[in-house]
Design a protein around this ligand. Structure first.
Ligand code: KDG
Ligand code: MG
Length: 385
């Protein structure tokens, strides 16, 4: 879902509004409740527009609202960059680093295959890799995809029912990382995503079992709806923790950050109110030694990636950026000037966020609704996907 805003003088900006599996809700929110308010507004009043859409709305926050606000915000920053003739990172305060460390996704049906995939990522130049592998007895574990580069978890019109076994997972995950360190050494940064599947005490055990393999982070170890769970993990382990790809406001992150219960905040531009709001989250995180690690899955469009790379180039407390690589088709629909070299991504110098939309080409790909899967335990109980 992409929002295009055009000013009266003919300057266009685009923002990503993709909320995987709930995209039509954002489209309706934008069409019915946001766009009519934008007509005739000064495109340069980015902060005031943000406050109007957030504060001015009695029903605030939530993924649909905050994704819609983000789309407007990013499109307005894009317009501002084009009017000023400056790349976005310069509007934010200029360069803090040359390139942005990224991590790719290596996955395999078993440990053997996952390790070979990590090797493939290293040969492409990656310095940081997220690794996931199949879980014995589990038919469709999280993060193990059919496609190697472009991974898309929303595969069917109605949610695919997948299974989950926590005991089997807790058994195999440390073995995966033991093998990866043995095969690939200690210089590489390794990451892992538990994708909200564990209870706090199970997450604490996993974090402790993974300590010998020095992870860059363990992500979404337990659902962060209740931040108290993270206190328990912290009590038992020094494995760094990352959380927040499903958060949409600073209020979701506040306790985790100020309690120093996490090390990396993953809330990203498209789902957390745009550059205007994520900047506040990043500044708040900096005060507590928490660094950024933005979500960068393929279901966030290249527009979000472009905006994120400018943000990452500026933000002082940068940690890492997820980079899952879009399909060639997606890259062609969204021409952009960022590029990958030696494990880092570099934003371009064109004005704004540097990503455009080829509307003619986009027309060739009709909308086909897909939802994310759901997960059940072996006894049939609904679980977190
Ligand atoms: O749409 C859901 C995906 O973005 C999510 O499953 C990917 O967890 C994810 C990650 O860390 O990239
Ligand atoms: Mg994740």
């Amino acid at each position: 879902m992409t929002l295009k805003i055009e000013t009266r003088s003919g300057v266009c900006g685009i923002g990503d509004a993709t909320l995987n599996g709930r995209e039509l809700a954002v489209a309706a929110y934008l069409e019915q409740h946001v766009v009519p308010n934008l007509i005739g507004r000064d495109a340069g009043r980015i902060e005031d527009t943000w406050q109007f859409l957030y504060r001015g709305a009695y029903w605030r926050r939530g993924p649909v609202t905050m994704t819609a606000i983000a789309a407007v915000d990013v499109a307005l920053w894009d317009i501002l960059g084009k009017m000023a003739g400056l790349p976005l990172y310069r509007l934010l305060g200029g360069r803090s680093r040359e390139g942005v460390l990224v991590y790719g996704h290596a996955n395999g049906r078993d440990i053997e295959e996952a390790s070979a995939e990590v090797g493939r990522y290293l040969s492409m130049g990656y310095r940081a890799v997220r690794a996931q592998c199949g879980v014995p007895g589990v038919k469709k574990p999280y993060g193990v995809s059919r496609l190697k580069d472009a991974y898309e978890p929303a595969e069917s019109e109605l949610p695919l029912e997948t299974e989950w076994s926590t005991p089997a997972y807790l058994d195999i995950a440390p073995k995966l990382f033991e093998r990866l360190r043995a095969d690939h050494g200690r210089a590489l940064e390794l990451l892992h995503d538990a994708h909200h599947r564990l209870t706090p005490v199970e997450a604490a055990r996993l974090a402790r079992d993974l300590e010998p393999y020095r992870l860059f982070w363990l992500e979404d170890a337990t659902p962060a709806d209740n931040p108290d769970g993270f206190e328990l993990i912290r009590r038992h382990s020094v494995t760094p923790l990352a959380v927040g790809e499903v958060f949409n406001s600073i209020w979701d992150c506040k306790r985790l950050i100020e309690g120093r219960l996490i090390d990396f905040i993953r809330s990203t531009i498209v789902h957390a109110g745009g550059i205007t709001h994520v900047r506040r989250i990043a500044d708040f995180a900096a005060m507590h030694q928490v660094r950024t690690g933005f979500h960068g899955a393929t279901d966030l469009s290249p527009v979000t990636m472009g905006a994120a790379l400018h943000f990452d180039t500026w933000v002082p407390n940068f940690g890492i950026q997820e980079y899952m690589r879009h399909s060639q088709q997606t890259d062609e629909v969204f021409p952009h000037d960022y590029l990958f070299r030696d494990g880092r991504l570099y934003c371009g110098e064109s004005p704004g966020h540097g990503v455009t939309l080829d509307e003619k080409l986009a027309e060739r790909f009709p909308y086909s609704p897909k939802q994310l899967p759901v997960a059940r335990l072996e006894d049939g109980s609904m679980w977190d996907w």
